[in-house]
Ligand binder design. Structure first.
Ligand SMILES: [Zn+2]
Length: 306
């Protein structure tokens, strides 16, 4: 049996880090999960995990999908750093530089959503569907758009969570909690907005609560915009809020109603339950996506984002 090449993957999340050494989803050699604490300690644990693999030449490259905002401009002096994050201690943390200096191997960094989108495209629910969209709806809301096998990046990374969507203040007087825009999509529909509005975490709000119809309306409004602008062939919805699976049929119904037959694709008109989907890789979209990113770089694409 030929020896499969191995890669490193880091899902660098705001609450936890997942580090894996793998050749793909069916070949995971080692994995570690730990809480995100101070940058030096957290990156130190990741370095410690990968060091033996790197020392023995077992991993060809390491991919990192990190929470942001991130500076991903290779010409910038703060390239590879987390920029202005509300997460204590992490503003200006040099994620890429710290890992590269300690491990002395090829490391590639992208946003957590771009990387999860790539993982789903390579091995998950959007496998082979190009273009496709991955959206996370949790503590934050963000999206990764995969086109021609790569995550789209333009002037900066797209910020899909901060879309403006209709907000009926009579139905939902909550003013929104985005520090920049108030009632943008993220400000209305992320996990903290649900908790602030209802006084309890979304995870324990009963399925019958009428609020879920409002939440599904917000998500469907945003999806309508993405469908009209980006025309993805699959939409994957991940993140903590989407753990409440009953939201999927509500959202699909509303998307179809909002589009009102205008987008004449069978995927939407007849098979929407196969068009808007939960992640196929479950909670591993991020860590396996980081493996996919490392593979992409190793296959000769020095900067897979561009
Ligand atoms: Zn916003």
């Amino acid at each position: 049996m030929p020896i499969k090449k191995l890669y490193g993957g880091i899902e660098a999340g705001g609450t936890k880090f997942v580090c894996v050494v793998a050749g793909g989803p069916d070949h995971i050699v080692d994995e570690i999960r730990f809480r995100t604490t101070a940058p030096a300690e957290t990156l130190g644990r990741a370095i410690q995990f990968f060091q033996p693999f790197v020392a023995q030449g077992q991993v060809s490259a390491i991919g990192v999908g990190a929470f942001g905002p991130l500076d991903l401009n290779p010409e910038s002096s703060t390239y590879g750093c987390i920029t202005a994050t509300p997460k204590p201690g992490w503003s200006n943390a040099n994620v890429l530089g710290t890992l590269q200096q300690a491990l002395q191997t090829s490391i590639v960094l992208d946003t957590d959503v771009n990387v999860a989108g790539l993982g789903e495209y390579k091995w998950g629910a959007s496998k082979g569907y190009d273009p496709s969209l991955y959206l996370t709806i949790g503590t934050g809301i963000g999206g990764g758009y995969i086109k021609d096998g790569k995550a789209l990046i333009g002037l900066l990374n797209p910020e899909m969570g901060h879309l403006r969507i209709p907000h009926n203040r009579e139905l939902d007087p909550f003013p929104g909690n985005c520090p920049f825009h108030g009632d943008c999509f993220e400000g209305l529909a992320n996990g903290p907005a649900i908790e602030k509005r209802l006084g309890v975490a979304g995870a324990v709000v009963p399925e019958e609560d009428p609020f879920w119809d409002i939440e599904a309306d917000y998500i469907a409004s945003a999806l309508m915009n993405y469908i009209l602008i980006l025309s993805p062939k699959k939409i994957i919805l991940g993140g903590g809020v989407m753990q409440r699976e009953f939201l999927f049929p509500k959202i699909r119904r509303r998307v179809r109603k909002l589009l009102n037959g205008y987008v004449s694709s069978k995927s939407i008109l007849e098979n929407i339950e196969k068009y808007i989907l939960p992640p196929g890789l479950g909670n591993q979209s991020g860590s396996l996506g980081a493996i996919a990113l490392a593979m992409q770089m190793d296959e000769g694409d020095s900067d897979p984002r561009i």
